[in-house]
Structure formats: structure tokens, C-alpha cells
Design a protein around this ligand. Structure first.
Ligand code: CU
Length: 337
């Protein structure tokens, strides 16, 4: 019921109770993801119903690369087959006590990090087990019909096979491209696609960081920010690295609703390769700023052991979760938790 209070020069208060209109009394019916039929006269924002919860381990995701099922064509081309399943009914505890309806590729946010070598034939067997239409749109070079925009894949088991040659070399995002895009991306339908050069890159301790955020009260403003989904995770569980060891981070900004994000490294500088497409770094810095889906490769090594912060230098983001630590140890020292 709408209550209008009007104060008249601090002396008297008039209270008006307007009568409910027929439109306000009209009940809407909707079916939840678990099949419940619910009626309400309120706004239906985003019905939540847990069919299952997501267990996500940012420590495992960090260095987890999916190279697909590998075979070879008659012409000698490497073929990599991946099966990716979209779902939109899972619940994840984003932050202690905060449960959120994540939409997932292969059960997690972000989806699996897909990795191929330039020129490989990549085949993505996409299955939409969600309750809404979804697609997979890869950034990169491919035919129009493989772009995952107009070939909408229907809910309840719809299928599509994306097929393209991996390229160009670099780090690229993939994400659902069904409207409203903002909703499909902010709920978690994205991941990272790495294309390695044929000659490879120098040996390194490699990791993936997807910068993301979650709007848990649906006001198109994020309430939480993170590197790899869980706010403050790497602050409580520092990433263990070695002194004088080359570290390579594939960083992708997938934060929705905010125009920029950034990455600041403490006690060090890094070589930065925008989009990872060039073999020569564009800059040597301790700070990069990224717009949405902007990404690149960072390379650095630490000379001195100790704990070093990395975080968004957009302070609002770091205070809402996008911050972490590297625990740098000499190779001869045993690793400790
Ligand atoms: Cu979607």
C-alpha cells in the first residue's frame, strides 16, 4: 500500500491512503526454476529457487586450464572438443550469508578457462539446460554464424556447436549474448579463452584472474567485487609464488554496470600485453585500467620474499572485495598456508 506523508510547515501532517487500483491488485503468476507456481501483486525481480548450490574454489580455478578433448584431422590439424553446459538455477554463497542466483557455464562462475593453440580447430558442443535462452559468444576471429548472437539456443536442452579456428593469439572473453545482455552477463555467464602462440610462451607460473562483481539487490549497482568471484578470497588465502620465478596472469575484466576496473600490483611492476596479441609489451607499470571485456597479459617476478597486495585502485571496488595477496617465498623455503 502506498502511504503518502506530507508535512505542512512542521505543524500538521496529512496522511492520505489512496485506494488500490485494479492494476495494483492484479496478481502476476510465474513459475520458479524448481517448478513452483507463485502469484504476487508485487514486482517480480528475479525469482530465486535453489535446485543446487555451487561449490567454487578460486584457488583451483586460478591455475585450471581446459585444453579440451584432443584429436587430429586428416590434414594434421589439432582438433579440440569442449562440452559446455549452461544452467541458470544455481545458488552460490557469494559472500558469507549472501546467496545469489548464479547462471553458469559448466557449473561455475566464471566458466572453464578454454585453451587452444593458434590455428587449432575449436569445437564447442553447447547445451543449454537453463530456463532461458542462452548462447556462447567468443571474442576473436570467426564466421558470422559462429558469433553466438543471432543463433539463439533455446532453454531446456537446446544445442549448438560452435566451430572455429583458434585466433588471434591472446586472451579473450567468452560470454552469453542473449538480451538483456546486462542480466545474462552479470549473473555469471562468462569465461576466458586463451589462444597460445604456436611457438609457445616462456615457461611461467600461469594464472587466470577474471575481475567480476555481483549486484545482489538488483539495483544495477554491484554490491561485491572480486578477482575470481569470491570477495577477499586471495586476501584470506594468499596466492603462493616463488621469488625470481616468472609469473604470467591472464586478466579479463567482466564487471558489469561500472565503466572501468583496474589492477594495481604492490612492490613491483609488470610488463603488460593488451589483449595478449603482441609479443612486445606495451608498457612497464604497476597499474592498468580496463573497461568491460578489456583484457591482457601481465608478466612479472618478485626479487624479495614477503606478502604483497594486489587490488583495484578504484578504492570502492577493493573495499567491497576486489583485493588479494601474493605470498612470495624463496624456492628453498617450504610453502606454508
Ligand atoms: Cu544467457
Amino acid at each position: 500500500m502506498i502511504l503518502i506523508l506530507s508535512a505542512l510547515v512542521g505543524i500538521s501532517i496529512t496522511v492520505v491512503f489512496p485506494t488500490l487500483t485494479e492494476a495494483q491488485l492484479e496478481k502476476k503468476t510465474f513459475v520458479t526454476h524448481s517448478g513452483q507456481v507463485i502469484q504476487t501483486s508485487g514486482d517480480v525481480l528475479d525469482p530465486l529457487s535453489a535446485s543446487s548450490t555451487v561449490e567454487f574454489d578460486p584457488q583451483k580455478f586460478l591455475r585450471d586450464f581446459n585444453y579440451g578433448r584432443i584429436s587430429e584431422s586428416k590434414t594434421g590439424q589439432t582438433i579440440r572438443d569442449f562440452t559446455i553446459i549452461a544452467e541458470d538455477d544455481k545458488i552460490q554463497e557469494i559472500s558469507p550469508g549472501v546467496f545469489y542466483n548464479v547462471w553458469t557455464f559448466n557449473g561455475t562462475v566464471p566458466g572453464p578457462t578454454i585453451r587452444a593453440t593458434e590455428g587449432d580447430l575449436v569445437r564447442i558442443h553447447f547445451i543449454n539446460n537453463g530456463s532461458k535462452s542462452h548462447t556462447m559468444h567468443f571474442h576473436g576471429i570467426h564466421k558470422a554464424e559462429m558469433d553466438g548472437v543471432f543463433e539463439i539456443v533455446g532453454p531446456g536442452g537446446g544445442q549448438f556447436t560452435y566451430e572455429f579456428e583458434a585466433g588471434p593469439v591472446g586472451v579473450h572473453p567468452y560470454h552469453c549474448h542473449v538480451m538483456p545482455l546486462e542480466e545474462h552477463i552479470s549473473h555469471g555467464l562468462y569465461g576466458v579463452f586463451i589462444v597460445d602462440p604456436k611457438e609457445g610462451r616462456p615457461a611461467a607460473d600461469e594464472m587466470v584472474m577474471v575481475l567480476n562483481g555481483f549486484d545482489t539487490d538488483f539495483d544495477t549497482d554491484n554490491n561485491f567485487y572480486a578477482a575470481n568471484t569470491i570477495p577477499f578470497y586471495y586476501q584470506h588465502h594468499p596466492i603462493q609464488i616463488k621469488t625470481n620465478k616468472l609469473i604470467r596472469i591472464y586478466v579479463v575484466n567482466m564487471v558489469e554496470f561500472d565503466p572501468i576496473n583496474n589492477f594495481h600490483l604492490h612492490g613491483n611492476l609488470f610488463h603488460y600485453y593488451p589483449t595478449g596479441t603482441d609479443t612486445v609489451p606495451s608498457t612497464f607499470t604497476d597499474m592498468i585500467t580496463l573497461s568491460q571485456t578489456e583484457r591482457g597479459i601481465m608478466e612479472f617476478q618478485y626479487s624479495y620474499p614477503g606478502k604483497y597486495l594486489f587490488h583495484a585502485h578504484k578504492v570502492e571496488f577493493s573495499e567491497k572485495g576486489w583485493t588479494g595477496l601474493f605470498l612470495v617465498q624463496n624456492p628453498e623455503d617450504s610453502l606454508v598456508d
